[in-house]
Design a protein around this ligand. Sequence first.
Ligand code: ACO
Length: 329
Amino acid sequence: MLSGIGSWLPPRIVTNDELAQRHDTSDHWIRTRTGIVARHIVSPGMPTSHLAEQAGARALQSAGTRDIDAVLLATTTPDRLCPASAPKVAHALGLGGRPAFDLDAVCSGFLYALSTAASIIVSEAADRVLVIAAEAFSTLINPSDRSSAVVFGDGAGAVVLRAGTPDEPGAIGRSVLGSDGSLADLITVLAGGSEQPHATSPDGHDDNRYFSMRGRAVFHHAVNRMSEATRASLAHTGWAAEDVDRIVAHQANLRLLHSVAEQLNIAPERLVVHLDRVGNTAAASIPLALEHANRSGALVPGHRVVLTAFGGGATWGATTLIWPSLTCA
Ligand code: ACO
């Protein structure tokens, strides 16, 4: 059961015009090809754990409780390669001592974490779990890669899940998750892991420490996988496409969101769109969009909602829920 929600964005806003001063691009190209108008970016030295802590604190406030049994952090940009960032975040939130771990499924990370948290609750190992998705994705962007620089932004969203019954509003439906490791090279940071520990090659290039994405190929896979996962999730729940009041898809690109809605025969007015203000915030994008929609009234209690994402790995997923009444923190 979803019982609290919160989000946080770093204060610094980078507009398309500002990016056009640094890259060979334009506000027109970015708006028409992606739908993005601005994004928030961390200031130097602000780690992902700071974003996660801020969003987590707001979710706890929204849930009206600090009685939490476990903390999950979905992120592609942990503070360090080792250790995980979740214990640090749990400690900062006054939740030290609880189990806390990171989970990385790139842009599908929130849906993977939501499903894991729901399973932990169903297994009765916990009554309440804080799920945070936080990214400082700008720290991975190659300063000379205009196509990634214009797309990504930083931010964090968080929810509290509590034990409940499957027919209550806020109950998370059966999750449909999937992966295809043969597509690992489509979205990647090559260096810094065990396969290629040294970020700088012998000839002095450090490009491999940065994020790279084959955008057009990713677009194609993302539309197909999100549409298939959503169809499967709707079938499990027993909803037809016309029953869906809101579709909250990973906020990668406005054209991509419209393609998914079209494939599913869901009216574009039912799409929740938040990327114009924040760009693609990877794992954080769905909870950021949910929090904003809850606050603005685009999501109201009783709405039948489907969530879907596609990310590096490749990974994907979808799930459904009836939107509950949630306090804005
Ligand atoms: N400004 C101006 N021109 C640009 C820019 C830019 N910022 N970026 C690329 N271009 C140019 C290219 O050089 C290319 O020029 P050419 O035709 O002369 O070679 C042209 O625009 C088209 O390039 P594409 O890469 O094909 O551009 P596309 O329209 O596909 O847009 C984008 C790129 C925005 C990245 C898009 O492919 C996209 O959104 N893909 C989906 C990403 C996605 O779904 N991600 C989800 C997972 S992300 C994750 O897991 C972290």
